[in-house]
Write a protein that binds this ligand. Sequence first.
Ligand code: MD6
Ligand code: FE
Length: 215
Amino acid sequence: MTPLFGTDPALPSREHLQEGAVLLRGFAASEAPALLEEVERIAQVSPFRHLTTPGGYSMSVAMTNCGRVGWVSDRTGYRYDAVDPNTAAPWPTLPSAFLDLAVRAAAQAGFSLYDPDACLINRYVADSKLGLHQDRDEKDAWAPIVSVSLGLPAVFLWGGKRRSDPVRRLRVENGDIAVWGGPARFVYHGIAALKDGLHPLTGATRINLTFRKVF
Ligand code: MD6
Ligand code: FE
């Protein structure tokens, strides 16, 4: 019998992080090339850009979005907007391959009927990082965040509900998916400075898809 999850690196495996949070290793590995083609198509319509934080800094991670709304940041704060401020047009629609993957991953973590309305797409190059933060700009405080890693590996920082809680460092690779919701929804998380490297699918970059149920 072939187990769905095992220790064979070619097979998916799951790591329970805490109540409401799992890391699904290799879950999207076979779909990665198709997902990355969609990312390229989306970025032709709504290009990657370095958003400005409310504090006036330029983020080292480049971002774009697809879905009904997209996450944006500027001097006035963070928000979800139905219009891409760079193109003044709606964001590209969520590809069915994205939605299908997000729903399957959420179900694996115990969240049935996941219905995300936004997918933030992050692009990291060497030294790009995302400091410890909570995702709290969404009205739905229970539905999970589904975070898909593509391309170069990274160190996912997994803390607790308080900024001062201890932080675990988890290596995430192409095809890995982290899902956190319910009692784990407001856990502090981030990405350590990316090491440089070359990945056959993404070259010198890491791409991350982050799905959210905003409304
Ligand atoms: C990641 N990104 O890139 C995780 N959260 O693996 C995030 O947690 C994130 O990129 C809020 C806003 C932008 C992000
Ligand atoms: Fe986040």
